[in-house]
Design a protein around this ligand. Structure first.
Ligand code: PMP
Length: 306
């Protein structure tokens, strides 16, 4: 069941009906967006429903909390406890189709002021349909009028709820201008990422992607794409990327849990590539999809839930 108004959700240490799930209006989560989160897929595989790279998602949640200074999550939650909660959530919702799970650590202490340490936090999780956030058959992007939040302001490396106002600004600006999503640049004009996905370009048979020090979220699918490419003998460069490199790319694609692998066909009205998807994008998309849904190589990535 993935109808959000009739589902079972996880709050703190138990499953509850979604209509019983509450977050106080005076909590830091609500007042400051002081929450960290991740979204991971649970997909149909030949052996039942399985979560993709669950341990990596848990680790990133821990790292986001650590960066922001939410220090009550790590002592309370081991990976084993987290996996068990996901298992119970999946079972209670009788999953049959591919879904996304949003797992959030909220600081729910009431009116503690603008600080983060020693404050009560709770883990919440809910399930929703696995719908892509950008077109899968050719996304059109616009350079954002907004810059990506830099590491020394609100680190993009941490998946902080409040920081997603930056993504909302970029995405809405792109939609208002008739595009599907934005390309965020950093303060120096280098390419970072989309509003909620990482970006790769293909040039002369190589993959190029902004490095992890380019004010990006360290995407779990970005890591998967790099692993797929290495396995296929495709060279990957992680480095600073100029906007004009994107303009003259042979192919470009976005990747992420909710973007999947999405070919990019247009950036600031410059056409990219000739076929959709391009040869390398198509190959990576196919392998990525197999890994998500269970193939002989994907056992290391999957946690069977049923
Ligand atoms: N960048 C941003 C800003 C995101 O919100 C996301 C989605 N989580 C990604 C990249 C892709 O990350 P992942 O592959 O872990 O979903």
């Amino acid at each position: 069941m993935t109808n959000l108004s009739h589902s079972t959700v996880w709050v703190d240490d138990q499953l509850v009906d979604t209509n019983q799930a509450q977050l106080h209006i005076a909590s830091s989560a609500v007042l400051y967006g002081l929450s960290v989160y991740t979204v991971f897929p649970v997909n149909k595989t030949p052996d039942g429903m399985a979560a993709f790279r669950l341990r990596d998602h848990f680790n990133r949640l821990l790292e986001s909390a650590r960066i922001v200074g939410i220090d009550t999550f790590a002592p309370a939650w081991t990976y084993a406890r987290f996996e068990e909660a996901v298992r119970q959530l999946a079972k209670a919702n009788k999953l049959e189709d591919d879904v996304f799970v949003r797992a959030t650590v909220h600081v729910d202490e009431l009116v503690p002021g603008t600080r983060s340490r020693g404050l009560k936090s709770i883990l919440t999780m809910f399930i929703y349909p696995a719908k892509p956030i950008i077109p899968q058959n050719g996304a059109r992007l616009k350079t954002s009028v907004w810059r990506r939040v830099p590491d020394n302001a609100i680190p993009a490396r941490a998946k902080v709820n409040g920081a997603y106002v930056n993504s909302v600004l970029g995405k809405q600006d792109a939609l208002d201008s008739g595009y599907d999503d934005c390309v965020f640049l950093d303060g120096h004009g280098h390419v970072c990422e989309l509003s909620a996905a990482n970006i790769f370009i293909v040039k002369n048979g190589h993959l190029i992607t902004p490095s992890t020090t380019s004010d990006i979220l360290e995407g779990i699918n970005r890591r998967t794409v790099i692993e797929i490419a290495k396995d296929q003998g495709i060279l990957v460069e992680e480095r600073t990327v100029d906007l004009t490199e994107l303009y003259i790319a042979d192919e470009a694609f976005a990747c992420g849990t909710s973007a999947f692998i999405a070919p990019i066909t247009d950036v600031d009205a410059r056409q990219i590539g000739v076929e959709v998807p391009g040869i390398i994008t198509g190959k990576i998309k196919q392998i990525h999809n197999q890994l998500l849904h269970g193939s002989e190589n994907s056992t290391q990535y999957l946690t069977q839930l049923s």
